[in-house]
Design a binder for this molecule. Structure first.
Ligand code: ARG
Length: 456
């Protein structure tokens, strides 16, 4: 395939070097953005009198036809071309003749590729946000369903205090909501147009960068042409934002894996989201959750890879920057798959509320409430804490839990214990009393659900 840049040389390159240099196998996915960007560019050239109105119209028509033909499958993208930009320009010239050669006036592939990636990732952000919203909705609905299902809350993976499954789920809804906000914040900085920065220094033509920016839905233009073609911050930012999403999904996955184990048996995943073993007939494996946890690694890797690629680059464009795409594309593909699968996995999971309650009944998770009871009777907290710890130790020795002791036994520890103690340390009370803002009580969880819904 001849090169659009043949001139100083005849454009022939060693075959291996040519393959090495080519990016069309991965940048062809930006064909829509590339063509749409070129249409806006042609329109601007026509509007500013850089080319004639008729020429601009011919270019726009030709580009639209190419887009339609790729969309309907009648035009295959030629992988022998160097990149998607060359392919579109060469195809346009093949169709229109000399007029096609006017498209690249007052433009460089450097600002063109920067434009394409921004437009591509802008669409990806919108798509990911939509999936994220759906997942937050699914998590919130599950929380509503289980807002009064008592389970042990953990610290250090040791039973700590009773909470509800709804409260636990809402913690993830809050994390995912932050992720959603981060994406929209990233979109603001991304949605600035680099087109018209040209190779690095701007252009001598009388262009209108605002015209193009507005036509393509940007909120503004990059104000320094060197920065405009060199900036890949938005790829890093998006990669970091998605890394956080993956980190949250990975923590959630870890819990789902634990909860669905025989040891916990807190939840049952739908058969639709589990697999079996080729040898062990009893197995029902949480592969989807494990894969999400596993894929988090490659998303982090993509982020680190890009940061490392960028760190030593002088201004302005360097070919190293062609390495920006595969990582961030893979990151977007990966998170979209994970979010989609996760939503179904959450929607279909069932909690084993009996087992959750049973687990909450062991492990002295109402010991804080025992101490708090004594505090309300007038004992200083540290004294109450110590006495309660002693009672727990005695219970462990005698193989009982706090609710098993009689009032007489409690009175032997301290005379301020009364019959109302048993209600105070019941799991239901422990949960329902935690009405502080953001706490685990049903009313608080309901408030959290309302808050999330107002944000969606
Ligand atoms: N394929 C290139 C990339 O992805 C397009 C820009 C090429 N610019 C250039 N001066 N060689 O970065």
């Amino acid at each position: 395939m001849s090169k659009i840049w043949a001139g100083r040389t005849d454009g022939t390159v060693n075959k291996l070097a040519d393959d090495f240099n080519s990016s069309i196998t991965f940048d062809s996915r930006m064909y829509r953005q590339d063509i749409t960007g070129s249409m806006a560019h042609a329109a601007m050239l026509g509007a500013m009198g850089i080319i004639t109105k008729a020429e601009a119209d011919a270019l726009i028509d030709g580009l639209q036809n190419i887009l339609d033909d790729i969309d309907n499958g009648s035009l295959a993208i030629d992988v022998n071309c160097e990149d998607i930009h060359s392919f579109v320009e060469q195809e346009l010239t093949a169709r229109l003749g000399d007029v096609g050669k006017k498209l690249h006036t007052a433009r460089s592939r450097n600002d063109q590729v920067a434009l394409d990636i921004r437009m591509y990732l802008r669409d990806e952000i919108d798509e990911i946000s939509k999936l994220l919203r759906k997942l937050i909705g699914a998590v919130t609905d599950k929380a509503q369903e289980y807002k009064s299902a008592i389970m042990p809350g953990y610290t250090h993976l040791q039973r700590a205090q009773p909470i509800t499954f709804g409260h636990h789920l809402m913690a993830y809804a809050m994390m995912l909501l932050r992720d959603l906000e981060r994406l929209s914040d990233c979109r603001k900085r991304l949605n600035i147009s680099p087109i018209g920065c040209c190779a690095l220094a701007g252009t001598t033509y009388n262009t209108d960068r605002y015209f193009e920016a507005e036509k393509l839905g940007f909120d503004g233009i990059c104000m320094n042409s060197l920065d405009g073609v060199s900036d890949r911050d938005f790829c890093v930012e998006l990669g970091a934002d998605i890394s956080l999403i993956m980190m949250h999904l990975s923590r959630f996955s870890e819990e789902i894996i634990l909860w669905s184990s025989w040891e916990f048996k807190f939840i049952e995943l739908s058969d639709d989201y589990t697999t079996g073993s080729s040898i062990m007939p009893q197995k029902k494996n949480p592969d989807m959750a494990e894969l999400v946890r596993g894929k988090t690694g490659r998303v982090y890797g993509n982020l680190l890879g890009l940061l490392t690629t960028l760190k030593g680059l002088p201004l302005a464009y360097n070919k190293d920057m062609q390495e920006d795409k595969e990582g961030i594309f893979d990151t977007c593909d990966t998170v979209k798959m994970c979010l989609g699968v996760f939503e179904g996995m959450i929607t279909t999971l069932k909690a084993n509320t009996d087992n959750m309650l049973k687990a909450a009944g062991g492990g002295f998770i109402n010991a804080t409430d025992l101490a708090d009871y004594l505090v309300k009777k007038g004992m200083p907290f540290r004294t109450a804490y110590k006495l309660s710890g002693g009672i727990v130790a005695d219970c462990i020795k005698s193989g009982r839990v706090l609710c098993d002791l009689t009032l007489e036994e409690y009175k032997n520890y301290d005379n301020s214990f009364e019959a109302d103690l048993f209600d105070e340390i019941s799991l239901e009370t422990c949960v329902s009393k935690r009405i502080s803002e953001g706490g685990t009580s049903v009313s608080s969880v309901e408030k959290q659900i309302k808050y999330i819904k107002s944000k969606l």
